[in-house]
Write a protein that binds this ligand. Structure first.
Ligand code: GUN
Ligand code: FE
Length: 423
């Protein structure tokens, strides 16, 4: 089961600055785990079925480290505001609709179908405050074969009634019921503790979420230092915190023993970066969202140099596009403008670095994911770039670069997650 050989042109990251390319090679997979790439089929695997992808490119599956499933329905709309006004005008009213399970089911089916046919194999996903809708989202994801962490969002202040928890006690009871249900129903769709962000969460809610996190040993996801107006607001709400990250850290919701993703980190200062480093927090970089919500551009190449965990994220609907190929392109483009206009001391991202973020950087949140080396879970996307016309043959690095800028779902021939072929 889930054991086979695949043949094609393999590209993966050796490290943040180098590709490892194996043309016309064979990769052996047993029980969903890669046994490594070789120029010929190893003797001991010769009895396994061969899937021949010919001249196509085979890339590690990509991880979307931060995406809002309920915002998928309005992606590409309402891109005329900064974060806080955008949340109140567009995001919260849309999320309020998820009280209606028939709306939620329809919208989440569209989201999951789109995610399934993208290059994404793993994702960390926000739902809404609503438990039934969030379980429906998880049902759809489990059926898809993708491997994800999904959060019922928690928020109990500074937001409209329709998306606000009734009170802390009810919020924690419902969150616990959701965790229990998710644990008993799903294998590959795991619950993740999801306080929306500091402005929307009272101290009592954060303290209660910490106790649930500890009891059920769950990872954590939230937003951090995204937009200047938001950061100023957090400072006025929590003058006792030494930085935005410290406002989570005080409640034990900032990594350390527990896997933790913080989206954005556009304006994190040295103290916050030190805390991120010490606690092993994963940074989810969403370049298109940073642009659309006028947040800024996170200095990602600096984060890589500092040895921080960084992955790529669509942040739909702050980002309008769920494609991580597009996110790679936007990451490179945004970093060039930042370098030219703001700070020539932080180098623009290279193709190698953007690819690393999309594969290894975010994949590491899910374990041995994002590479083809022996022992890694076999997540892969097969790209057919033959429709991207070029008058001469290109080398594989150039073919990948063009795919990042030009390919879409129609160029994806096949997709594997932990050795299971999804299409
Ligand atoms: N901060 C709090 N909520 C959100 C959200 O939905 N999107 C983004 N980009 N930032 C947030
Ligand atoms: Fe977000």
């Amino acid at each position: 089961m889930n054991s086979f050989i695949i043949r094609g042109n393999f590209l993966e990251s050796k490290n943040p600055n180098q590709f490892s390319i194996a043309e016309n090679s064979y990769l052996s997979v047993t029980n969903g785990i890669s046994q490594g790439i070789s120029p010929v089929i190893p003797e001991r695997y010769q009895g396994l079925p061969l899937i021949d992808f010919d001249d196509r490119m085979i890339l590690p599956g990509m991880t979307d480290l931060h995406v809002h499933a309920p915002q998928f329905a309005f992606r590409g709309l309402g891109m005329d505001m900064e974060l806080l006004d955008w949340l109140n005008t567009y995001a919260f009213p849309e999320e309020a609709k998820y009280i209606d399970l028939s709306y939620a089911t329809k919208a989440y089916q569209g989201f999951v179908a789109s995610l399934l046919h993208s290059t994404t194999t793993r994702a960390a996903i926000f739902g809404t405050v609503h438990v039934p809708a969030t379980l429906t989202l998880m049902d759809e994801l489990e059926r898809s074969g993708l491997r994800t962490c999904v959060g019922k969002v928690n928020m109990d202040r500074n937001c409209p009634d329709e998306v606000r928890e009734r009170d802390v006690e009810t919020a924690l009871r419902e969150t616990e019921q959701w965790i229990q249900a998710a644990k008993s129903r799903f294998v590959h769709t795991r619950p993740i503790i999801t306080p929306r962000f500091i402005p929307a969460c009272s101290d009592a809610l954060l303290a209660g979420l910490k106790s649930l996190q500890r009891r059920f040993d769950l990872p954590i996801q939230s937003h951090l230092s995204e937009n200047l107006g938001e950061i100023e607001w957090v400072r006025s709400l929590h003058p006792e915190a030494t930085c935005y990250g410290d406002a989570y850290e005080r409640f034990g919701l900032f990594g350390g023993e527990n896997p933790c993703i913080m989206a954005h980190c556009v304006h994190s200062g040295d103290e916050e970066l030190e805390l991120i480093h010490r606690n092993g927090v994963f940074i989810a970089h969403s370049p298109e969202s940073n642009i659309n919500l006028s947040s800024g551009v996170a200095p990602v190449s600096r984060y890589l140099e500092l040895g921080l965990h960084v992955g790529l994220a669509s942040d739909v609907a702050g980002g309008s596009n769920i494609s991580l190929l597009q996110a790679m392109m936007h990451a490179i483009q945004a970093s060039k403008l930042r370098w030219r206009l703001l700070d020539s001391g932080v180098r623009p991202l290279t193709l190698e670095q953007a690819f690393y973020l999309a594969t290894v950087g975010g994949g590491a949140f899910f374990g041995k994911v994002g590479r083809f080396q022996e022992g890694y879970e076999f997540d892969a996307v097969v790209l057919d770039d033959s429709s991207l016309f070029h008058p001469q043959p290109l080398n594989l690095r150039s073919r990948l670069e063009r795919a990042v800028y030009l390919a879409d779902d129609r160029n994806i021939t096949a997709k594997f997650v932990a050795g299971q072929r999804l299409f």
